[in-house]
Ligand binder design. Sequence first.
Ligand code: GDP
Length: 312
Amino acid sequence: MNLREDIRNIAIIAHVDHGKTTLVDQLLKYSGTFRDNEQVDERAMDSGDIERERGITILAKNTAIKYKDHTINILDTPGHADFGGEVERIMKMVDGVLLVVDAYEGCMPQTRFVLKKALEQRLTPIVVLNKIDRPNARPSEVIDEVLDLFIELGADDDQLEFPVMYASALNGTSGEEPEDQQETMDPIFETILEHIPAPVDNADEPLQFQVTLLDYNEYVGRIGVGRVFRGSIKVGQQVVVMKEDGTKKSFRVSKLFGFIGLKRIEIEEAKTGDIVAVAGMEDLNVGETICPESHPEALPVLRIDEPTLQMT
Ligand code: GDP
């Protein structure tokens, strides 16, 4: 089995305020993907682009970080139970999760909610105990709480072997022990590369691309963001979209976008494991699969957001 060793796809999950945004900003900064000032502009610009399409809010964003010879796609997830469907869709695109937990506050309702989804999807977890600089941080107690939560939520034996990293996203330090902190994010990058499975490389098979999120741009129209699950997709290629009612609509891929940092860049081709954005089809909806005309095989339909009333 060939693997795309150059890629890792992960989701970052946490209770609100436990430090996801600060951590992703530090990862970007330490990777050198963008200089600080550029990065701030990009983030500001990105939020201006947010569009609503049929009630689906683009609350998730991909940050593509170049580290050594790898691209690490980090998908942000909403922590709130109202967005359960969106969390599940994002988790279909990734092979692992970075669970960020405040080393003082410990596990909170949204920690539980998002971890449950990740474990159900059989994703490989890495735990980051953040805010280790807080004077009242209690890392050893919190890690016990995290382990109890994994057990209670039915983690399998592999998932229970989760690596633990300690970090201060605020100060830009990380390490394998609370008292052994390096002023760099390298320990976190290395843990991601070592533990998160690389996507399987089956670029020779017929294309399957699943639309997970929708975006809109005034120049290219509707854009479907998702993962290439099989095969490859090229600009100019004639493809079909498998609609939920079983019908097919053909279109020509007008543009493809990859990601660098928080920015979208035009590319010519994407392959298995890549997370990209496809333009050219106005009638494109979440959950639909794009395939070649010769192999119209849809992936299982993804659930659309339905507010979840209670946190389980
Ligand atoms: P998010 O809601 O998970 O994205 O959390 P943010 O990244 O926005 O962080 C929430 C708050 O916690 C902000 O005020 C951050 O400055 C602070 N914060 C984040 N990481 C750390 C950390 O490592 N140590 C401390 N002391 N504060 C942090």
